[in-house]
Design a protein around this ligand. Structure first.
Ligand SMILES: Cc1cc2nc3c(=O)[nH]c(=O)nc-3n(C[C@H](O)[C@H](O)[C@H](O)COP(=O)(O)OP(=O)(O)OC[C@H]3O[C@@H](n4cnc5c(N)ncnc54)[C@H](O)[C@@H]3O)c2cc1C
Ligand SMILES: *[C@@H]1O[C@H](CO)[C@@H](O)[C@H](O)[C@H]1NC(C)=O
Ligand SMILES: CC(=O)N[C@H]1CO[C@H](CO)[C@@H](O)[C@@H]1O
Length: 192
């Protein structure tokens, strides 16, 4: 995966001119968000997801800070707000059922246990996917076996046997990623 690392670091977003094709590995949260924004910059995004369908499991996610700005710029904040868990707060209850402490959404301002925008991870993934799919080629149930930097393009061989060429490959494959790269955050920060 070393070639993937060096190639992604050697690109700046100004090099991502029109009609470039970018392969994003992973259709979790970051991958589809990046696909959405790259399309806005004239790039053709392809997302490959190893699972045969979107992975829509997980618990609740609090959308705070930069996350709020991202959903706002994607124009999906109202959709996200329509799908929040509507959790009102957290209560600590003793063995007799008496409430010893309670924190509602408004406790500690924006920094409490529960954010006012709390959504199930799966719902968030679905919303972002729906919002990016019209302009993104999604390949489900496949993954890269090898990624070779050929200088002016990257050649990717998939587990399915397909071989394709891209201008750039970006890892958005989550916390279990084999890539020790933090370039995705840098790229996202510079384009949104
Ligand atoms: C199913 C699931 C449930 C989770 N639940 C929670 C939770 O409840 N609370 C919490 O705080 N965090 C949870 N996490 C941790 C997760 O890291 C973050 O919540 C958040 O989803 C991170 O977003 P991400 O886009 O960076 O990565 P992820 O959402 O982890 O997405 C990465 C995607 O890449 C895919 N992938 C990995 N390797 C490859 C490959 N080689 N080729 C192609 N695709 C690949 C994975 O299948 C996955 O769909 C969960 C992660 C997953 C995958
Ligand atoms: C995607 O395309 C369909 C069909 O043209 C349209 O109905 C839908 O609103 C589009 N979705 C987004 C998020 O733009
Ligand atoms: C994933 C998704 O969009 N879920 C729901 C969000 O809320 C709207 C409006 O209530 C529903 O139509 C969606 O199905």
């Amino acid at each position: 995966m070393q070639s993937m690392l060096s190639r992604s670091l050697s690109y700046s977003t100004t090099n991502l001119s029109k009609n470039r094709s970018v392969l994003i590995v992973g259709a979790g949260v970051a991958g589809p968000v990046l696909a959405y924004f790259l399309h806005r910059y004239g790039v053709r995004p392809v997302v490959v997801e190893r699972a045969p369908q979107l992975r829509t499991t997980g618990q609740t996610v609090d959308v705070r800070g930069a996350g709020r700005e991202v959903i706002r710029r994607m124009g999906i904040d109202h959709i996200v707000r329509e799908n929040i868990t509507q959790e009102e707060g957290v209560a600590i209850v003793d063995s007799a059922g008496r409430t010893r402490a309670a924190f509602d959404v408004k406790s500690f301002g924006d920094r409490g246990f529960i954010a006012d925008i709390e959504i199930l991870r799966g719902e968030l993934v679905r919303i972002i996917y729906e919002h990016s799919r019209n302009h993104t080629e999604y390949i489900l149930g496949d993954h890269p076996l090898s990624i070779n930097d050929r200088g002016d393009h990257v050649q990717v061989t998939f587990a399915s046997g397909n071989v394709r060429e891209f201008d750039l490959v970006i890892g958005a494959d989550g916390t279990q990623s084999k890539l020790a790269v933090s370039s995705l955050g840098t790229i996202l920060r510079s384009i949104i």
